[in-house]
Design a protein around this ligand. Structure first.
Ligand SMILES: [Zn+2]
Length: 447
């Protein structure tokens, strides 16, 4: 009997208590590389670039498609018809995308702004009055790509969505519902204020077009074929006196991306072929040719591993971890969580048997047999883990890429770190959960 509990009872302990002292030291060191990754990979394209670099360094084979998805893999000891071990994570995060005709002058306020269209599930009030950086590409008609990354260097200018002062916001904001107080169409970014000298209808806009032409060689029409994303400037930092946590933008799902990438780079002589897939567009429903719904990336990996393999056989025998984050119990809002089944920061990687909403609708629901296998693996390797569910039943819900892989006949389970303030510009995770995720993905890929 321990703490008055039956020896047959399931009790949860934190990863801080489960890890040995040397493991805790590793976990803290592991988070240093992670913070650098978060600061350097604020968009899916930037993440793909870093993934390719890491794969090259580790001498692993990799594939990149359309600059937005990547696979890193290593062959196993058994033929691939016996199945693959796949960890899949997503590279995209909520943000403000620029519209196609973004630039305008607001003559009432004497400012020039960019129009935005938010991407993914955001709470709009999170995105006003914070410093933003612009990342992305402008592709000219002749195919030339102009990369842009402005606002990250301390000497760079930054951008910001203005908000109304409290003295005047009573009627238009304070008395409204919180998700109606800030309108999507008012999430425009201030980009300049100096008027051009000369006979122009809109002088600030004219001056900015001139400036953009000097800086990037572009004209207004080039925005039509650009992908520019406004992301928080915040650098990833330790959170808390004890430095146990990491605060930063885009941790959903780059905490899984980083853990999976390190895992596949470190895995040696796996039994089955070990594959990590990194996909885009999860935050907008996994639609499009760079999303988890496109089988091209996985098929090209299978072809490279064995051109003669029967793809259907390979898939049916494969096992997948959908490496995506889970919500962590949030102080002051514990009412929306069913605490026995909710994940907390610091208790290890979270296994979610199912996702979805309202009666497991639109979910992958992993089989008890597969859950048992993964449970046995994690316990055998002494990796801290916990179970998780996204809030109380019927309080909300959400999905991951798991269902797109399970429908191909593979065993799939969700396993990822818990995140506090998920989908906000400054998400918070625990260093021991990151390290647990890394160990879990590595143990899985090695089988
Ligand atoms: Zn996610």
């Amino acid at each position: 009997m321990k703490n008055g509990e039956s020896k047959y009872a399931y009790t949860k302990t934190t990863a801080w208590e489960q890890f040995t002292a040397p493991q805790l030291k590793h976990a803290m060191a592991f988070a240093e590389g992670y913070k650098t990754f978060l600061n350097e990979a604020k968009t899916e394209r930037e993440a793909v670039h870093l993934i390719a670099q890491a794969a090259k360094r580790a001498k692993k084979t990799y594939v990149v498609t359309r600059e937005k998805t990547a696979a890193v893999f290593t062959p196993g000891k058994t033929p691939i018809r016996n199945g693959l071990r796949i960890v899949i994570a997503h590279l995209d995060s909520p943000r403000l995308d620029l519209k196609q005709v973004p630039l305008y002058q607001d003559s009432d306020s004497h400012l020039a702004l960019f129009e935005t269209h938010y991407y993914g599930g955001i709470k709009k009030f999170h995105w006003v009055v914070i410093p933003l950086a612009l990342h992305g590409v402008i592709v000219k008609k002749d195919g030339t790509t102009i990369p842009l990354r402005l606002g990250e260097d301390p000497s760079d200018p930054v951008f910001s969505v203005p908000d109304l002062l409290p003295h005047l916001s009573h009627e238009v904001q304070d008395t409204k519902k919180i998700d109606e107080a800030i309108k999507a169409e008012s999430l425009d970014i201030v980009i300049g204020s100096i008027p051009a000298r000369g006979d122009f209808k809109e002088k600030i806009k004219a001056a900015l077009l001139e400036k953009l032409h000097t800086m990037y060689g572009i004209s207004e029409q080039d925005f039509l074929s650009a992908e520019l994303e406004a992301v928080p400037v915040f650098q990833a930092r330790d959170v808390g006196f004890d430095r146990s946590l990491v605060g930063g933008y885009g941790q959903d799902d780059r905490i899984s991306v980083y853990a999976a990438l390190q895992a596949v780079c470190d895995v040696r002589n796996p039994t089955h072929a070990a594959i990590t897939l990194f996909v885009d567009k999860e935050e907008i429903g996994s639609e499009g040719n760079t999303s988890a719904q496109t089988p091209g990336l996985l098929r090209s990996v299978i072809k490279q591993l064995d051109p003669k393999a029967d793809v259907d056989d390979v898939l049916t025998n494969s096992q997948v971890i959908s490496a995506d984050v889970q919500s962590a119990v949030t102080p002051n809002y514990t009412d929306v969580f069913e605490l026995k089944n909710a994940a907390v920061l610091g208790s290890g990687v979270v296994m979610s048997k199912f996702t979805g909403h309202g009666g497991k609708y639109s979910a992958n629901d992993a089989s008890a047999e597969y859950v048992a296998q993964i449970r046995a693996l994690l316990d055998h390797e002494k990796i801290p883990w916990q179970t998780g569910e996204l809030g109380k039943v019927d309080k909300g819900g959400g999905g991951t890429v798991a269902k797109y892989f399970s429908r191909l006949g593979m065993e799939v389970i969700d396993l990822g770190a818990p995140v506090l303030s998920m989908h906000s510009p400054y998400e918070v995770t625990s260093k021991v959960d990151l390290y647990s995720a890394y160990l879990a993905y590595q143990a899985f890929l090695k089988r």
